[in-house]
Design a binder for this molecule. Structure first.
Ligand code: SAM
Length: 273
């Protein structure tokens, strides 16, 4: 088991090259979170969406907050010691390995993303505890079979795995079968594994989200799909949703005194029986 290993050569289909003239979702999201790893084109898209009046920075923060609370719960309460974090994003505050290894330093994490800028920054994700293991795979989640095969080099698929798909599935249009991708992961991990999903909502502040979607459609090279609660619920097929179910992200096991204003992000965690 290698501590802090990375697989810089793309696995599976060819990944896009780093192009600072084309906006990318990871960098737009980084801007909304207050990060610095973004370029003028990303900031322009991010600002154009803010200008529609959709509270998108709050949505992004709500998504990130859910990720941290879900990983904390899965490590501290469900006792998981390994995670597969798909669509990792740029390093930010409280990355999955930091949250999990603060509680259990021996936790192993496999990160994977298809964005070349995330690859550039991946080293920052590989600074985990010496007792644990953190690996980064540069791959497209649509090549899920290859990712699962490579992830087995770090994770033991005979023991429960925490599968994280936070803010990822809206980047996978229906024609690329996101439900099929989720189902393949669930088929490979054992009972007791958990699936955490958050996904921008089409049906919370529907008008604001429709305005954001129309800017996304015009400016983003990758099709972005916001989904209703019913559509997101289908991704959890084969799992039992933990309390409080599939809810707006701020309402998923909020910390005391947290702002629980519902934001346009569905979030939930399911346990494979
Ligand atoms: N998971 C992080 C979080 O919740 O804070 C980051 C979410 S960010 C909105 C979405 C991430 O998914 C980006 O880093 C993007 O590069 C990645 N992504 C989008 N499409 C992908 C694909 N087809 N394969 C792998 N990663 C993808």
């Amino acid at each position: 088991m290698t501590q802090g290993s990375t697989y810089p050569e793309p696995l599976g289909r060819e990944q896009g090259r780093l192009d600072t003239g084309v906006p990318h979702i990871a960098r737009v999201y980084d801007y909304w979170l207050g990060g610095k790893d973004n370029y003028a084109v990303d900031r322009e898209v991010a600002e154009r969406i803010i200008a529609t009046g959709n509270p998108v920075t709050q949505n992004a923060r709500a998504n990130r907050g859910f990720l941290g609370r879900a990983v904390r719960h899965l490590t501290a309460e469900a006792g998981l010691r390994q995670f597969l974090d798909l669509g990792t994003g740029l390093p930010s505050a409280d990355n999955t390995h930091e949250v999990a290894q603060r509680i259990a330093p021996e936790t192993r994490i496999v990160y994977t993303d298809n964005d070349p800028i995330v690859l550039v920054h991946a080293r920052a994700l590989l600074t985990g505890s010496p007792l644990g293991s953190t690996t980064y795979i540069h791959a497209d989640v649509r090549d899920i079979d290859l990712i699962l095969e490579r992830a087995r080099e770090t994770l033991d698929f005979d023991r429960p795995v925490g599968v994280i798909m936070a803010g990822l599935l809206h980047c996978i249009p229906d024609e690329d079968d996101p439900a099929g991708i989720v189902a393949k992961v669930l088929a490979d991990v054992p009972s007791g594994s958990h699936l955490a999903i958050s996904q921008p909502a089409a049906d919370i502040n529907a008008n604001g989200m429709a305005r954001a979607a129309s800017v996304m459609d015009q400016l983003m090279p990758v099709k972005i799909t916001y989904r209703t609660r019913e559509q997101v619920a289908r991704f959890f097929e084969g799992t039992e949703l933990l309390e409080p179910g599939l809810v707006p992200a701020p309402l998923w096991r909020p910390d005391p005194d947290a702002d629980t204003t519902p934001r346009s992000v569905w979030a939930g965690v399911g346990r494979k029986a």
